[in-house]
Design a protein around this ligand. Structure first.
Ligand code: 13P
Ligand code: SF4
Length: 314
């Protein structure tokens, strides 16, 4: 079957979306064209809520695998499709369920709080899921006497430990390959060149970046900060896809991407998120494939900590 030309691609995607009664959900790290035709663009928590609330028959998830898997866990009766099934995540990949299960045997009396960037199997081993927008709130709500394991992101874990005044949280040592690429030296050089700029950072960044930040928040939190702040320039330490919505929402503001250590590598773009393209979005809606499936026994166990998160985030 032939592929529509670039000009027809967008109208064909919208036609197929209507024909299949599909909703297109997209993360801020997707390429601009995908964000512009999605029904909803948001951070991980907002996308989970949108997936839970949709009455479409098909959820077309433009993000990475764990996000689409979460949508499937919440909607077992719906068809969940993704443009590229191999769009993984270094955090999810760095926490295999077998290893995590063995690790947890060392902490039998701990509450397991897992960042949503993990597999369905790891969610099934967890007590509560969190995202970057509610992690500190959830840890604080657990109370000071609760023993906690936090996985898989050690940087987010360290950040929430600090925010909640807890130095005893056990951390799984995972990290995001994108957020670890930012260079403190280059950030300081930029801050010197733009002394008026506010530094904004995602909590998956290393402490050497976060210590310079005026705002640390989820992607939506960073977007809202840019829109609401009186400042006119911002150094943005997260995946550069977010600059698209930021520049649409605050067209008069100067947005400067924080530089990676190696500036020739485009490593501030997530290689997994970027596997999704308009062409693959078209074919996945046309063929309703590839689909995301989760075995029922895992799904039922993984649902509980996700629902707990959604209740605690209200
Ligand atoms: P947000 O929930 O802040 O959008 O983060 C998702 C993510 O993968 C960050 O790398
Ligand atoms: Fe995973 Fe990092 Fe990509 Fe987010 S930016 S999806 S945490 S690899």
């Amino acid at each position: 079957m032939s592929m529509p030309g670039p000009l027809q691609l967008e109208s064909e995607i919208l036609r197929l979306k209507k024909e299949k009664n599909a909703v297109i959900l997209a993360h801020f790290y997707q390429e601009s064209e995908i964000q512009d035709l999605a029904d909803f663009v948001g951070d991980s928590l907002q996308l989970s809520v949108a997936a839970k609330n949709t009455d479409a028959d098909v959820i077309c998830f433009c993000g990475v695998h764990f996000m689409a898997e979460t949508a499937k866990i919440l909607n077992p009766e719906k068809t969940v499709i993704v443009p590229d099934l191999s769009a993984g995540c270094s955090l999810a990949d760095g926490c295999p369920a077998d290893d995590f299960e063995a690790f947890l045997k060392n902490y039998p009396d701990h509450t397991v709080v897992s960042y949503i960037n993990c597999s369905a199997e790891v969610k099934a081993l967890s007590d509560i899921i969190c995202t970057s927008s509610n992690a500190a709130k959830i840890i604080k709500a657990l109370g000071p006497d609760e023993k906690i394991v936090f996985a898989p992101d050690r940087h987010l874990g360290r950040y929430v430990s600090k925010e909640s005044g807890r130095d005893d949280i056990v951390l799984w040592q995972g990290s995001c390959i994108v957020h670890e690429t930012f260079s403190e030296k280059k950030l300081i050089e930029l801050m010197v060149r733009h002394p008026e700029a506010k530094v904004i950072a995602h909590p998956e960044c290393e402490e050497s970046i976060l210590r310079h930040a005026h705002c640390i928040a989820s992607t939506t939190g960073l977007l809202n900060y840019v829109v609401d702040s009186d400042a006119s320039s911002f150094i943005v330490a997260t995946e550069a896809g977010i600059l698209h919505k930021m520049s649409q929402a605050a067209p008069d503001k100067l947005l400067i991407p924080a530089p990676p250590e190696d500036e020739s590598c485009a490593c501030n773009l997530c290689p997994f998120m970027r596997l999704n393209t308009m062409e693959k979005l078209y074919t996945c809606l046309r063929d309703l494939s590839p689909q995301v499936d989760v075995p029922e026994a895992i799904r039922a166990r993984a649902l509980l900590p996700i629902e707990r998160m959604l209740e605690m985030s209200r």
